[in-house]
Design a binder for this molecule. Sequence first.
Ligand SMILES: C[S@@+](CC[C@H](N)C(=O)[O-])C[C@H]1O[C@@H](n2cnc3c(N)ncnc32)[C@H](O)[C@@H]1O
Length: 178
Amino acid sequence: MEIVVLRLGHRPERDKRITTHVGLVGRALGAKGMLLASNDKGIERSIREVTRNWGGDFFVKTGVNWREEVTKWKQGGGKVCHLTMYGENILDVIGELRESAEKIMVVVGAEKVPYEVFEAADWNIAVGNQPHSEIAALALFLDYLQQGKELKAKFADAKLEIVPQRRGKEMKVSDTEL
Ligand SMILES: C[S@@+](CC[C@H](N)C(=O)[O-])C[C@H]1O[C@@H](n2cnc3c(N)ncnc32)[C@H](O)[C@@H]1O
């Protein structure tokens, strides 16, 4: 399954940390990349740095026009899932989504999301119908979608790799030029 995150409404002066975390969660939990409808290069740099050390090929593309990206995605056979507390409960639709979508664009907002997004989405999905956070909503959505398999993923070409421990910390460092 190919999953891409589309982050809308990023405000460079106040959302840097949250948007970075949206990207890090996407990367760690099985998405292929993040499209950012803002031209904040700092976000791109910090997520690239994580990927450089921790492996995989997660991409970040900033300054995208979200309407064009959604249109292109749909023309390429992809489906769009907008995460919103107003949507259908994830438990009621996740099975249908898993069966019918091979390519999924997950849309998360920051401030008020334009109504056009609700209309363009194939699914408007609520991770519970209470307001919370785009980071939590994305993490839970990715986990329900992939049924936990993403938690065992290996990242190719990692310079840093954790050796899981019951207690303490162990890390393999495979490149001295960090
Ligand atoms: C802090 S919320 C802001 C929501 C905003 N007040 C609105 O009316 O769209 C930011 C984002 O978190 C996500 N989010 C928050 N609660 C959610 C929920 N219960 N289910 C799914 N997504 C949620 C949505 O993607 C939302 O755009």
